[in-house]
Design a protein around this ligand. Sequence first.
Ligand code: AMP
Length: 241
Amino acid sequence: MAGTSSSATSVASHLGHAVTPGPILLLGAPGVGKGTQAKELMRLWEIPQISTGDLLRANVAEGTELGRAAREIMQCGNLVPDDLVNQMVAVRLNQPDTRNGFILDGFPRTLPQAHWLDSQLAARPGALPIVAISLQVDYNLLLRRITGRRNCPVCQRIYNVFLQPPKRDGFCDVDGAELVQRADDTEACFQGRIGNYQSLTAPVIDHYRSLGRFAEVRGDQEIATVAAEVVHAVERMRAGA
Ligand code: AMP
């Protein structure tokens, strides 16, 4: 999860320039590595990552009206109402840096969000169609990735106490700050998040699979390997193969 991003970028840097990326969805259960991969692709293609989780957490931290409405709901990974999330995404998609494409991470998470997104993008002049990538990781690894995840509140680096521990237990290697755990990264919350994923988000995957321009990539490989496979899949789909 943390760490090897520069190698991932160098592996993939000879790729990725063959196509205009357009709108890309990264789909998958909590802990599959959507955020990590989104950051790799963002660097490679110079398009923004739009993480609805990050946008919502920023609203909570700033105490906006949306943040106050979302705070309680997000505490243990329940889903914020579609209308609120869609409005937030609409504002972000209107920003000019989305013109050549963007990577949606954590959105859409329900079928109504997916239908809303499809109609928004269909109305954008000259927009390329969505390509959707579903990352897949087995349950036990997801559990370790989520419950072991720790973040540095200063530099935002992500560690994992099982898979990628810091040199000094509990503290960031880069700046020595005390690492924190997201409130929704406990095992109890993970069960609820997986339940929500299976009942509400899995149908989104079926929706994009049925539309075509859909690929599955194994998320339990090296970050660089996953990134390269995602790039190849996007290139193939953009080339219409
Ligand atoms: P994430 O960082 O993607 O795990 O998102 C953190 C939390 O934000 C989720 O557990 C939800 O409570 C909320 N959230 C993020 N994206 C969405 C979405 N598309 N729809 C509803 N709630 C969301």
